[in-house]
Design a binder for this molecule. Sequence first.
Ligand code: HEC
Length: 164
Amino acid sequence: MNFEEKKEAALKSAKIAINTSIYMLLFGVFWVVQDELFPNLFSPEPEIVQIDNAAIEEEYIPSMTLDSADVVNGIHQPTGLIVDTGVEDVMMTCGACHSLSLVTQNRADRDGWKDIIVWMQETQKLWELGQKEDVILDYLAKNYAPKNEGRRPNIEINEWYPLY
Ligand code: HEC
């Protein structure tokens, strides 16, 4: 590179530096001005939506209280659970993660229910139930035991008739 070329290159970089500074300065001025005039132009205020908590609760969350008005023929209507000793513990504990229809749709003996609980503890982050476990297992084993129907009941014959 001879002297002329070096001069040329130096001038070129100087021009670029000056231009860049001018653009930055202009942008700075633009930013200050727009911020004064339209404070929320680039950061709009979030729209505030009023949520009606009462309506949501009514619509989605089954009542987890044992209100006698909710009990029809021994069934707690909002959850479908049979009302018996321990039902409140089952409602509060087992309804915490999923619908209680997972409970009412299943049948098992005490050991079977214990297995389901252990499975949830090992894989689904169910906590230790402590003293409640016995209450819950008693309730489940009694009210959601396997339906053992066995053979059909005997036919009741009221009237004999000849087979010819
Ligand atoms: C920490 C959360 C949690 C709690 C509390 C909980 N479960 Fe579960 N349970 C789960 C998850 C997750 C599944 C799997 C759900 C799925 O498959 O959609 C499940 C599934 C089930 C199933 C179906 C099992 C199967 O074989 O499909 C039953 C029955 C059940 N739970 C009963 C209960 C009972 C009874 C209680 C109260 C002692 C309870 N759950 C409490 C998380 C929980």
